[in-house]
Design a protein around this ligand. Structure first.
Ligand SMILES: [Zn+2]
Length: 267
């Protein structure tokens, strides 16, 4: 048997995506001179490194072709099925925005609802898409600062908080995702971009140490991560007056349990 890594199907996907993004419309990355095709190719590389299957890699390379093709050269689901099969079409459609007429807020809310119903393969494509897009954003931010956010239709806070929610939804859904660590590492970098502005605006819940339980339910007010102090794996007990629990995704302090004040007897 012959095992090919760089298969004919992958080469055809690269050609197809290049036509859509480059040949037909010379599309560039939003507000930049870098050709758009670098993005789907990066997604393909990430999925290859994550040892995804051929169809998942192909779907990653094609993931923006329906959404971004111009009206006169529209890529349709049927065109993808004909060339790459039904499974690839299903994956591409799962990460394609359905209702582009809705407001930014509604579209993003829709996207989060969708992730909660994703298959593992859709989660893989989505993970690679998020990693490619937001690692690029972090790199741009390190070079250009807040100016980086001027090219988007939403504010810096909206973008960062939404992406933390997306990452939280992905990792909550599938803990064995091979891109899990990369996503949590990215969340950490995104959190730091907003650390001086909005990450501190929700105060932690303060309770008595007697009410603290390792299996009590807690929820992060920023990224909506839900779990228990135990599952957050982020309990800090160094202090002698309090212990605190932080969100595993955005490191937000969610809960502070204070020890009873011990009055000295030196009266
Ligand atoms: Zn969080």
């Amino acid at each position: 048997m012959i095992f090919s890594i760089y298969t004919d199907k992958i080469r055809r996907a690269i050609k197809f995506a290049s036509k859509t993004h480059n040949q037909y419309q010379q599309q560039t990355r939003k507000g930049k001179v870098i050709p758009y095709i670098t993005h789907p190719l990066t997604v393909g590389i990430i999925l290859s490194l994550a040892k995804a299957s051929e169809d998942v890699i192909v779907a990653g390379i094609l993931h923006d072709t329906i959404e971004d093709s111009p009206k006169d050269k529209k890529t349709t689901p049927d065109m993808i099925t004909e060339r790459f099969g039904k499974d690839v079409t299903r994956l591409v459609l799962s990460v394609t925005e359905q209702n582009r007429d809705l407001s930014w807020e509604e579209r993003k809310k829709d996207a989060l609802t969708h992730i909660k119903k994703f298959s593992n393969n859709s989660l893989l494509v989505k993970s690679a898409d998020v990693l490619a897009n937001y690692s690029e954003l972090v790199d741009d931010y390190n070079r250009y600062g807040d100016e980086t956010f001027n090219r988007f239709n939403a504010s810096k806070e909206e973008i960062i908080v939404h992406q933390l929610k997306v990452i939280s939804a992905i990792v909550t859904r599938w803990a064995d995702n091979p891109l899990y660590r990369d996503l949590v590492f990215l969340a950490d970098k995104l959190r730091m971009l907003g650390s001086s502005e909005f990450m501190d605006k929700y105060p932690a819940k303060i309770i008595d140490i007697g009410d603290f339980k390792r299996d009590m339910k807690i929820k992060c007010p920023i990224c909506d991560w839900e779990g228990t102090p135990e599952s957050s794996d982020n309990i800090n007990t160094d202090s002698s007056v309090a212990l605190d629990v932080r969100c595993p995704i955005c490191d937000k302090m969610i809960l502070v349990a204070e020890y009873e004040i011990v009055t000295s007897d030196s009266k």
